[in-house]
Ligand binder design. Structure first.
Ligand SMILES: *Cc1c(COP(=O)(O)O)cnc(C)c1O
Length: 404
């Protein structure tokens, strides 16, 4: 592929118009939107209004002028991105906290079933939280097995199968419907983590009959650093599951100020404390553009961007850990290299921002809303050049940062 080939693809790109909706710095090719999405232009004015008018002028009256319903309202905006009904999703807390609530609720759902099953090498917080959840429920235990042993690990003791839809390292994607059906066949609930798939690949929880799901909003949804996460609970389970973190915002009548906890109906019971309104404002502004986005076009462009980088990586002799089949992966590409950290730093020095995942992975995010084919082609050229001239050997690139 040449620069002209990439430009030709850009000329007919139906998503090209979205690039202007983001405030991307000059001279940067941003291949890390899978870790922290860039700043949508709509966010700063929305935050300014929330701070200056809603907080500054309207003061506490703002709680009744839209703040208090923000978790439900934002949940309804995320719902179409995962194929859920508007009243099946709520926004707040973090993905980690939602995982804890959902796992403990699943363990308490059927006292005859005591085991959480998950995958070895799952995102660390998912496994750490699962450890914490089993420690809170008498008799509960955690079974963590390799991907090829997952199906065999499901049995009459399985309360819930916890899987991350798209793997944060390799971008391998589980078949949503097939694995949900396997969990159900064993009599277990299915809990998906969509942190690396929402906004990146098409998701339909209704068609797949998913029970529970959580996900991040600061990655592909561009909600801002530490933006509140989402929780999905299938409507059929709304009355059956209880939130173990029984805070006042999940109470049926928080402003009745009663001593005894009585859970709200619907998704409201999954709230814990007072929502972080500034973070919600940023996320809400970021979500607005998704109503215009055609998910099929996103998937098609992601596949085209993948091919460009896969070719560049192959030409540079880098082994690729990401499946070649577009249906079996998310929207990033991972290369293995013994000096992946230095390679990542050398790319960043040239304005190509990706990230490093220990011990040996260079990870590059492919986000169709604001990357052009030419950007990705250019990034591939840098990658090839850095390897060809061994630019990564500069000792400055070996200095380790806290966040990689
Ligand atoms: C990013 C990510 C998280 C993040 O959880 P936080 O609670 O927001 O820190 C959780 N799970 C997966 C799979 C992720 O990729």
């Amino acid at each position: 592929m040449t620069r002209d080939d990439a430009r030709a693809l850009d000329r007919t790109d139906p998503l090209a118009r979205f690039r202007d909706r983001f405030a991307l710095p000059e001279g940067v090719i941003y291949l890390d939107g899978n870790s922290l999405g860039p700043l949508p232009r709509a966010v700063a004015p929305a935050l300014a209004d929330t701070v200056q008018r809603q907080w500054g002028e309207r003061l506490i009256r703002s709680w009744n002028e839209g703040w208090i319903d923000a978790p439900q309202r934002l949940g309804a905006q995320i719902a179409p991105l995962i194929g859920a009904a508007p009243d099946e999703v709520i926004v707040g807390d973090t993905t980690s906290t939602h995982l804890f609530k959902a796992l403990v609720a699943a363990l308490r759902h059927d006292p005859a079933r005591r085991t959480i099953v998950s995958e070895a090498g799952n995102f660390p917080t998912d496994l750490h939280i699962a450890e914490g959840a089993v420690a809170c429920v008498p008799g509960a235990r955690l079974k963590v097995v390799a991907r090829e042993d997952l199906a065999a690990a499901l049995d009459e003791d399985t309360a819930v199968l916890l899987l991350t839809h798209v793997h944060y390292k390799t971008a391998e994607r589980f078949d949503l419907a097939a694995w949900t059906a396997r969990a159900h066949a064993a009599g277990a609930l299915m809990l998906w983590d969509f942190s690396h798939s929402v906004g990146a690949v098409p998701i339909d929880v209704t068609a797949a009959n998913v029970d529970l799901a959580v996900g991040c909003t600061y990655k592909y949804l561009n909600g801002g650093p530490g933006a509140p996460a989402f929780l999905y609970v299938a409507k059929r389970l709304h009355d059956a599951l209880a939130n173990p973190v029984s805070g006042w915002m999940g109470h049926a009548e928080p402003f009745a100020f009663q001593d005894a906890y009585r859970p709200a109906a619907g998704m409201k019971r999954w709230l814990v404390g007072t929502p972080s309104i500034l973070a919600m404002a940023s996320l809400e502004a970021a979500l607005a553009l998704w109503t215009e986005v055609d998910q099929t076009a996103v998937a098609a462009k992601s596949a085209a961007l993948f091919v460009i980088l896969a070719r560049a990586g192959a030409a540079a002799g880098l082994p690729c850990d990401t499946p070649a089949d577009a249906d079996q992966r998310g929207s990033h590409i991972s290369f293995r290299a013994p000096h992946a950290y230095e390679l990542t730093q050398a790319l960043i020095a040239r304005g190509v921002i990706g990230d490093f995942r220990a011990p040996d992975i260079l990870r590059l995010g492919l986000t169709p809303l604001y990357l052009s084919h030419e950007d990705v082609w250019q990034a591939g050229e840098h990658l090839r050049d850095i390897i060809a001239i061994e630019a990564w050997r500069d000792p400055a690139f070996a200095v380790r940062n806290a966040v990689t």
